[in-house]
Design a protein around this ligand. Structure first.
Ligand SMILES: *Cc1c(COP(=O)(O)O)cnc(C)c1O
Length: 346
């Protein structure tokens, strides 16, 4: 006898990247930002922590200050924004709101393994439909779907699809078409403009990667106000806390600081692509804060030998595709150490 639903007993659960706590570990496995959050963000947390009643009262259920900041930044109205406890919370809310048990969730492959886990919890069908050879979507990608997730830029490949092409796919879909933009701040264009043309487009964003706030847990969704209204019905009443709302609001308002962080990450990414290619890796040009690389032979031994030397990167393998290594962009000093260790194990 089990106390749990059959779908829960049958599923494996999501395997997060390892989170070693030792400070000696070079941690390049979960795409965190190597640079500290903006001083203005830390000040906002401090100010909120000391403000009268800020912690003993429930937080603003809709995170109004954050909605205003995001709306201003994206040139949309605040009712187009849904604040979430990390963008994974947005993905969970979308799944619960849109997919019946008999429904079908579709995402491309190889991509973010969490989508399938959300489908298993929801007890719906799930199909991972392969990217084309040039990393776009096949013409019938959304056929039959009750909900579509497309990470753009994609993880783990770092590839991206042009917004116009996403619009063509969204207009063919008979369901919400979710564009997961967790890495978009490292890419040349985003898809927020599509919500005007395509009533079924939802864009999700994260402050974990580009804003160095993975520990704070904050993300958001952008969509037409009527879509956001329905998602609000499904979310937890107080899904974001008072300190995270203050931090995220300050982060979106500090454009100068984060533009500089992004420029540094992009410069180091270029160096990584060059140095990995020089060592015989096949490198996929990246539009994110990580680099995906492969070799003609299996790369698991490289991952394991690096791990023994306290260097953590992500090893991933996909059916009908094979394996590869996803390496987060660190600081230049961290990459000096990475390449020294890599040379020692190759
Ligand atoms: C990291 C990641 C997320 C989750 O981001 P959080 O805001 O930390 O929940 C969502 N989608 C993709 C593709 C990611 O890589």
């Amino acid at each position: 006898m089990s106390y749990f639903r059959a779908a829960v007993d049958a599923m494996a659960g999501y395997t997060p990247g390892e989170q070693p706590r030792s400070t000696d570990v070079l941690k390049l496995n979960t795409n965190e930002n190597p640079y500290a959050p903006a001083p203005s963000v830390l000040e906002a947390i401090e100010r909120t922590a000391h403000a009268p009643l800020a912690l003993q009262r429930y937080p603003d259920p809709l995170a109004t200050s954050f909605r205003d900041a995001a709306a201003e930044r994206l040139s949309v109205t605040p009712d187009c924004i849904l604040a979430c406890n990390g963008s994974d919370d947005a993905l969970t809310i979308l799944t619960r709101a849109c997919v019946d048990p008999g429904g079908l969730m579709v995402s491309p492959t190889p991509s973010y393994p969490l989508y399938e886990v959300l489908a298993r919890i929801q007890d719906c069908r799930f199909e991972a439909r392969p990217f084309t050879a040039d990393w776009t979507l096949p013409p019938d990608f959304s056929t039959g779907a009750s909900l579509v997730f497309v990470p753009n830029p994609n993880s783990p490949t770092g590839t991206r699809i042009e917004p116009d092409e996403l619009a063509r796919h969204a207009s063919r879909a008979a369901c919400l078409f979710v564009i997961d933009e967790a890495y978009v701040d490292f890419a040349p264009a985003d898809a927020v403009g599509l919500i005007e043309r395509c009533p079924n487009v939802v864009v999700t964003r994260s402050l974990s990667k580009s804003h160095g706030l993975a520990g704070i847990r904050f993300g958001y969704a952008v969509a037409r106000p009527e879509v956001i209204q329905s998602l609000i019905k499904v979310k937890d009443s107080y899904n974001c806390n008072a300190l995270s709302i203050a931090a995220a609001t300050a982060a979106l308002r500090d454009r100068t600081y984060y533009d500089d962080v992004r420029d540094r990450v992009l410069a180091t990414r270029t160096r990584m692509e060059r140095e990995l290619a020089a060592r015989g890796f096949t490198v996929t040009p990246s539009h994110a804060n990580f680099v995906w690389c492969r070799r003609d032979e299996p790369v698991r031994p490289v991952f394991e030998r690096l791990r023994e030397r306290n260097v953590f990167i992500r090893y991933l393998t996909f059916p009908d595709y094979g394996d590869g290594l996803r390496i987060t962009v660190g600081t230049d000093e961290q990459m000096d150490r990475f390449f020294r260790e890599l040379d020692a194990v190759l």
